[in-house]
Every structure is written in structure tokens, then in C-alpha cells.
Design a protein around this ligand. Sequence first.
Ligand code: C2G
Length: 688
Amino acid sequence: MKLSIIIPYYKGEQYLRDCLAGIREGGYGDVEVMVCDDDPMDPRGTAFSRNRGLERCSGEYILFIDSDDYFLPGDIAAAMEVALKNPDSVTVTDLKGTFYCRDAVLRKTVPKPFFELDLPIAERVVGLIIPAGLIKGKNFPERLRYYSEMPFMAELIEKADFVHATGISYYKRIHNDPISFPSLMQEDSPVRLGQFCVSFEEAAGNAGVKGAQALAQCAGDHLAKSLMSDSEPAGLGQTSRVKAEDIPSLQKAIRCLDMGVIKNITDKGKRAILSALYDGNLKKARRIAKRILFKKKKKGLFGSKNQWRLAFYRKIALRMKVDKKLVFFESFNGDLCGDSPRYIYEKYLEINPAERKFVWSLKQKLPNKRKNTKYVKPGTLRYMLALARAGILVSNMRQPSWYVKRKEQFFFETWHGTPLKRLVFDMDEVYTASPGYKKIFYDQSRKWDYLLSGNPYSTEIFEHAFMLPKERIAQLGYPRNDRLNEGADDVLKKQLREKLGLPSDKKIVLYAPTWRDNRFKGSGDYEMTLPFDKGFASKVKDCFFIMRMHYFVSETDGLSEVFGENAVDMSGYDDINDLYLASDMLVTDYSSVFFDYAILGRPIVFYAYDEDEYKDELRGLYFDMERYCPGPVVRTQEELAKALNKDTDSYKPYLERYNLMGDFFRGPNDSKASERAVMFIEEKYNAK
Ligand code: C2G
């Protein structure tokens, strides 16, 4: 029996490739695949595209797939087996939501590859195997961009039985970039709710008992979600906010249903919301939604600590006056007092043009109390107060997602490095702990008044990677590089080695790799396996290693087993500049640390043992390492050991290569970036 597969397609080649792979490997040979043009500018919508497929297809069974969704191997054949055993019924597959490509799900390279997706059957036409006879002459209403499935499905539900193909899944791909490439369900459109009403009315008008029940379930689900929209994970789907002016059409649509049908909705909350809207009572519906949401979030009798803290932030802290003299600093989420915010702070202490006071967010207090400076611990009430009250905020990472930018505040984002690895909107796949990362990032970065850039190369990248206009990027040089640009002599090296307790008679190698997106344990917490065998240390001559793990990495195995006495872990050390200046050589991978280290003109080795995975799957890189990196790229421990044993002169050609790129990579080398940053902040803040 022939199966006709209808796929509306507009763009997203990489998605379509996965979709077609699912069909090719679906295990069912007698298929006809129809990829139908789905031009978003065509007002007839996806309905038109599906209808064209229906008109031309010749199979005894029909399967609709969206071009960004897919099946895993053998699953189409397995679903067809169920369909052929139940020739008059519609075969339903399980619906799974996933942020990942097919390969990641198949190879399980992400800890949570998918989740159960609860989409009411009246709204879902995809992943069903439908006997063609049941829908002969039927089509989708062509004037709707959204929800054109409802009338089609309501009729089908009335007509046919639905059988479940247990254990066979249809993977609905959730786009990780709902900003520049949203799927239909992620599009934020003012006509969404209106079209829901039109489609619902049409569907309910013709529905029998079964169809009406499915529609009621669908409306309850949909409207409850709309009224509780902040409960959706970022980037998952778009729900339209219900406003007072929507009520007449919404009420008209819902009233196409019998009250008896609404009473049959199994979920109590959804039933109550729909009944309230049936009566046109939006206030009541909102109240119920709020109550459900509160219950969902509440933990224990009085709710979770976080809830109370957030309530304090919203209801109290945000109502307090902004302290125009106060500057808030944070670097690496309060893990360290380092990076550019630290150098801007130091410059402030030195020149303080407007007699400002300072507050540092730090998980641990600074050992020495500094002038006009207080410390707050991230997540505490005092932290929330500082975030709400500071006039100026300087941070090198994203602020908390709950942070509300007040109009009197000035947010200066320094970011934390010149990128080699692709960032945010330049990444294809997102394997970090939060697959909704791009959407969250977008929302957070809209609150930055200015983003600091160290050099023209970064400015160019930040523009597309963060989707920020050039006018909001302040290319002032990197404050954290001021010290490196000052130049370093052997006296300073010696002093720092003494301070850090490092041996004076060995070559000091700083190992500072980046983190791996797919090794997460929790939010901002990743593990890392040291890429060295036990025998490695014996292959290198007279080296002492400073191990400096990325601030996201809390767990590394095997340091002392490999290096014994010849290594020290300095991952918690505040200012990595000290480690740069104290060392003779850097070993890194795809981390931005090399851009800074290259300023010193000391040898760098790129130990890219997992380059293929990193480059092709995890992140992608902005340039070819072999061609542009200021040091040899090695892949094995043997190669690394050889590189470490070479003398310094052999690295000269690489550094000359870097110098040729001059200011493009390095930015100004006058050691005045901190001063420029302070003056810039003051000027812009005062002009606000
Ligand atoms: N860092 C560090 N120790 C490491 C790695 C990084 O102290 N072992 C610090 C450096 O200051 C570095 C910054 O963290 O410049 C950013 O680290 P990256 O490894 O580059 O990674 P990430 O935090 O993902 O930042 O655009 C900048 C980056 O490419 C993205």
C-alpha cells in the first residue's frame, strides 16, 4: 500500500535534510514524498501547501510531516504496520518535542534529547497515518496562517476511530532560534488569537459530539496556556495574550460549543477557564489561571524561597529609588573578581570622576576591604537590592533572567573574550543546559545599553552573533588587556611566581581550556575529563603545569594522577592575567584566552584533541585554526609533548603571523582601555 507523505517547506535546509533522512530510514519502501512550497508571504498559508499535496498525491494512506520534524529509523514502517492492521482508523504516533537535530537524538549526545509534547489532537495533523478514503475531497481552510488544522481534524475525529501506535514517536523540532527563524508555533503575531477564533468557529460549527469534545479540550488547553503564558519554557511556543478586546470573538467561538461539552473537559482548571470565557468573564478566567500558576510554582506551605525573594525584588526593591552614585560590578556571575569589570573598577577607584560608590557581587568576599566598596552575595536580598538600586551596572556575563531594567539605570556589558568559538545566533545547535538559550539571550541583551568590544574583529562578530546594532557596541579596547599591553619583564614574572608559589627552575605551562557544551551537570555547571593519560607527564621535560579550568567547570578528574607534584590547580584564582604573566607558555583549545595571551608574545599550543566534534557538532569556529591561530594545532598527547619540548624560538613564525593581523585581533595596545571605559560610561550615563 502506498503512503503519500506531504511536507510543506519554505526554508531550513538542515531541518529538511533530517526530515528526509527519517523517511529514507523509515523502513517503509512504498512511499511517495511531496515537498510542497510553503511561501510565508502567501496569505493562503500552510493550508494551501498541504492542499496542493493532497490534490496530487496518489497513496492509499496519507502522512503529513512538517519539514523541520522527523522520525527515527524504522518508525514509519512500524506505524504503517499498525495502520495496515486497522485499515479504517487513523494511526496516531506519540508526539515528542525536541530542540535537537536527529543525529543528537539518535546518538543520545544530549542528556535530555526530548520531552513529551502535549498538543491536543484537534490541533495536530502531523504524524498521523490517515487512510486516504477518509479525507477524499477534504482540504484545509486556505485563508488562515495559524490553526488551519482544526476544521480538518474536527471532521476527521467525527468520522474515524483513532488507534495509538504505541512506542512510535514523531519528533517535533522546536527551533532553538525563535528570533530569526521561528517555526509557525513560535511566531509572535497579532492575528494569532483572531485566527484561532475563526478556525475554531468553523470547526465547531460543523462538529458532531466527538469533534466538539476534542475542540473543547483543545480550546481549554490553548486558552489556559495563553493566560498562564509565563509558565512556558523560553522559545517553546508562542501563545497569544488574551486582551479585553478579544473577548467578543472568543466568546462567540466558544459559544459554538454546548455547555455540556465544556463540562466534560477532564482538567478542572481548564474547564473553569473555558466556562469563565464562555460567560465573557476575562477577569475570572485570569484569576483562575493565576491560581493554577501559583499552585504549580508553590513548593511547601509558603512557596519556595526563590519565589519570596523574587516577590521582594518586584514589590519592594524595584519601588525603591535608584541610587545614582552607586555602581554595581559582577564578573563570571560572582565567581571571581576579575576580567574587565575588575579593571574598570580599579580605574574608578583611581580617578572616580563623579565620586561614586561601588558594590561587587561576589560569592566569596574580597580579602581586603576597598574604598567605598560593599559586597553582596548573588541570589541574596542584598544582591537584589543592589541590582534594583544601582545607577550603573557593569557585568561581563548575562544578568539574571528576572532582572528588570529601570529607565534610570545604565547597563554596561563588557562580555568576556574575543571569540574563536561561535556565539549565540551564530551557533547552529545549542547543547547547553538551556536549549531556549538564544531566546533568553536575546531578551537579556536587549537590556544592555552598550556592549564593550576589544577590537574590530569582535565588533563584527558581536553584531550578528548577538543581533546588536553597531551603535550599541563600544569598541574601546579590553580593560583586562591593559596590564598585558603594559609589557612584562622577567622581574615581574619572578615576583608573580613567588606570589603564586610556583617553581623558579621549571618551564611554567598554563593549561587553560574552554568548556564543553554537552557535558553539563546543571545550570552553569559542567564536567570535563582531562585529556591526558597517566604517562603524559613523563614525556615532557622540566615542565610545571598551572591547571586553569573554565569557570563553568566544577569537576575534573585525574589531575594528581597525571601530573603528581608537577601541577597546581588555579581554577579559583581571581585574575587570570597573573597566571598569563607568570607562565612561559600557554596550552589551550578553543578558548578566547589565546587572544589575550598572544599580546605577551609567548608561545601558544592549541591542543584540539576533539576539534572535529567541537567544530562540526558542538559549536563551530569562526576561522580555520591551522590557518590563523598563533601557534601549532596538535591533536594527540604525543604531538603536544613534542610541542612543549621545543624551544621558544620555534614559535616565532606563529607570533609573526598573529602580529600581521595587528589591531584587527588585538585592538588598541595603549593600556588605556579601562580609562576609556570609565569615561565612556560616565559620559553616556550623565547624558541619559
Ligand atoms: N577563562 C579562564 N580560564 C579558562 C577559560 C576561560 O579564566 N580555563 C576566562 C578567560 O578570561 C576567557 C573567558 O573566561 O577569556 C571566556 O572563556 P572562553 O573559554 O572563551 O569561553 P566562554 O566563557 O564560553 O566565552 O567570546 C568569548 C568566548 O569565546 C565565550
